[in-house]
Design a protein around this ligand. Structure first.
Ligand code: NAD
Ligand code: DAU
Length: 341
């Protein structure tokens, strides 16, 4: 296994998003010698408010730019030891409406990063994939060796990127590690995603739009657990391998909704059952033995992490109010109008 030195320089892509910003905070706190360059295009999902507390840290540099910009990427890659590649278009509903940008960013952007990283002899390339690449599963859990069966444009683009990263290992022996995590939740998640959407709607006294019958199941992981697992794999993961990272907390959307309603002391009249998502994956489930055998397991319980997440949104209206009253307002109105027709 390649041992890492103390003066690592890490290029994080998509670090102004939800998981990337939590990851940068964790790394800067844990490794006082590491330098981080955060490259982010600042799409609707990128938000420098996520990093306000660390923007003056001398080990941290922000670069506004696109992972599809080949000449910028080649310049930035010089002297980089590790790439942690989060940048992507990430919202399934948006991919159903318009998938072109998902192909550009998630596949082509990954290709441009891989090429430049290989050319510059980067020591490790951590590709952040997703459990959605396996598709849905009714019973049992997916292992890393199971075949991929993505069922929406977002997950299909992510599956393409995932296998492209793997091909760089098989073909060129380029040091890639791939993570496939389950649904993350926690602070700084864009309110287009179900937990922050439902929490902030209730804080505003509004109903929550639940797709279909609410019986779809997701496995939730606290974002800090996922970030710690990524750090663990940078240090302990085997090159060329894929690792599932799950929270082991499966819950149906209806039960998740009731948990949130209870916390805010609202009754079920606050649920608005709306038209289902097209091709809605029924259940995701991961077998995480491979990373557990290496020595990682989630630290946080689902109930405690959910409580602290809901409290975080309650106490940080400054963060989500701007988003909900900006571009997102129009998206929300148009998107949910269609679901109510
Ligand atoms: P996010 O949507 O919150 O953030 C994505 C970030 O990428 C944003 O800051 C955005 O500005 C940036 N970005 C988008 N296009 C870019 C481009 N062309 N160039 C540079 N930056 C660009 O996403 P997230 O939830 O933090 O997810 C991060 C990664 O983790 C993604 O690759 C996603 O597929 C994967 N993932 C997410 C989850 C989850 O539950 N959120 C679960 C498994 C895997
Ligand atoms: O599983 C990992 C994936 O999790 C990541 O790869 C994606 O980037 C991330 O967005 C997430 O995808 P999901 O589609 O599972 O997350 P979302 O929050 O959009 O939806 C979670 C569940 O809640 C899903 O079954 C759909 C449902 N839902 C969602 C929204 C936005 C609703 O019922 N109503 C809603 O308004």
């Amino acid at each position: 296994m390649l041992r890492l030195g103390v003066n690592m320089k890490i290029l994080v892509t998509g670090g102004a998003g939800f998981i990337g910003s939590n990851f940068i905070r964790l790394i800067l706190k844990k490794y006082s010698e590491y330098k981080i360059v955060n490259l982010d295009k600042l799409t609707y999902a990128g938000n420098l408010d996520n990093l306000r507390d660390i923007e003056k840290n001398t080990n941290y540099t922000f670069v506004k730019g696109d992972i599809c910009d080949k000449s910028l990427i080649e310049k930035l890659m010089k002297g980089i030891d590790i790439v942690v590649h989060f940048a992507a278009e990430t919202h399934v509903d948006r991919s159903i409406k318009e998938s072109g940008i998902f192909i550009d960013t998630d596949i082509k952007g990954t290709y441009i990063l891989l090429q430049a990283a290989k050319k510059n002899n980067v020591k490790k390339f951590i590709h952040i994939s997703t459990d959605e690449v396996y598709g849905e599963i009714y019973k049992g859990s997916f292992k890393e060796t199971d075949s991929l069966n993505p069922r929406n444009p977002y997950s299909a683009a992510k599956a393409g990127a995932d296998r492209l990263a793997y091909s760089f290992f098989c073909t060129y022996n380029f040091p890639v590690i791939i993570t496939r995590s389950s649904n993350n939740f926690g602070p700084f998640q864009h309110p287009e995603k179900v937990i922050p959407l439902f929490v902030t709607n209730l804080l505003d006294g509004k109903k929550v739009p639940l797709y279909g019958n609410g019986l779809n199941v997701r496995d939730w992981i606290y974002v800090i657990d996922n970030c710690e697992a990524i750090d663990f794999l940078i240090n302990n993961g085997k090159i060329g391998e894929v690792y599932n990272i799950g929270g082991g907390s499966e819950i149906s959307n209806i039960d998740l909704t009731k948990l949130i309603l209870n916390f805010f002391k609202k009754d079920e009249s606050f649920i608005e059952y709306v038209k289902d998502r097209l091709g809605h994956d029924r259940r995701y489930s991961l077998d995480c033995d491979k990373i557990k055998v290496l020595g990682w397991k989630p630290r946080f319980s689902f109930d405690e992490a959910m409580k602290s997440t809901m409290v975080w949104y309650k106490n940080n209206e400054w963060w989500w109010r701007k988003i909900k009253s900006g571009e997102f307002r129009k998206y929300y109105q148009e998107h949910y109008k269609k679901h109510m027709e």
